[in-house]
Design a protein around this ligand. Structure first.
Ligand code: SAH
Length: 219
């Protein structure tokens, strides 16, 4: 659900330049490009002095030692998810909430989990302020959110040392998970498709660098 549909946010020219850059870098999904050109990424930056930097293709600190993902990474993961209107999506790692807004604008119903309380609280405030209402959970995304499973899509926005088994179980048959997998500095972006109850396929979409997926929660 989104309520600020026709609101015009500042920095449209900067968003247009970002879209041109994302096209040059190989993003082709028009629906993804359209929502990135619309969502006010600057509002996910706490310090207004940094608003001007929000449309550079860069990750940026959001406090609690975490970062808002680089726009290219958000676009790439969203493109890989191949979202259909009405998809039920589990997002692991709410962070700033920016990727959450992108998923909602693409027509998904989003369940999002964050393990850092400070970010969990701030992202809710932020998303509500601009009219996005996903289901928020404070907890360890390694475990997924079994009570609402299965999900058509699962997106993990932190680097996982290995594929969490709980998430595989919570993926619907015919569903897709997009997850960066690898140790510390570099992860491989994987698509995992669930073909049947027991069969999964896996494809590698290149190297990325994410903050780590961590176990447990932090106050
Ligand atoms: N999509 C977010 C990415 C934030 S960075 C954005 O663009 O803002 C990744 C986030 O994952 C961080 O906020 C981090 O606290 C969170 N995270 C790491 N491990 C987690 C886990 N096990 N469960 C839930 N969230 C986790």
């Amino acid at each position: 659900m989104k309520v600020e549909k026709n609101k015009k946010y500042p920095y449209q020219e900067l968003r247009n330049s970002l879209i041109r850059l994302l096209r040059e870098k190989g993003i082709t999904d028009e629906a993804v490009l359209a929502v990135i050109s619309k969502i006010p990424r600057h509002l996910f930056f706490i310090d207004t002095a940094f608003h001007i930097h929000a449309y550079k293709d860069q990750a940026f600190s959001i406090g609690a030692g975490q970062t808002i993902s680089q726009p290219y990474t958000v676009a790439f993961q969203s493109q890989l998810l191949d979202i259909k209107a009405g998809d039920k999506i589990l997002e692991v790692g709410t962070g700033s909430g920016y990727q959450t807004a992108v998923l909602i604008e693409l027509g998904a119903t989003v369940y999002t989990i964050e393990r850092q309380r400070e970010l969990f609280i701030r992202a809710q405030q932020q998303l509500h302020d601009i009219g996005y209402f996903p289901k928020f959970f404070y907890g360890d995304g390694y475990e997924g959110k079994v009570v609402f499973a299965p999900y058509n899509k699962i997106i993990v926005t932190a680097g996982a040392p290995s594929i969490p088994q709980a998430l595989l179980k919570q993926l619907a048959v015919g569903g897709r998970m997009v997850i960066p997998v690898g140790e510390k500095d570099v992860q491989k972006m994987l698509i995992i498709d669930r073909i049947s109850e027991t069969k999964f396929t896996q494809k590698d979409y290149g190297s990325f660098a994410f903050v780590p997926l961590l176990k447990g929660t932090e106050k």
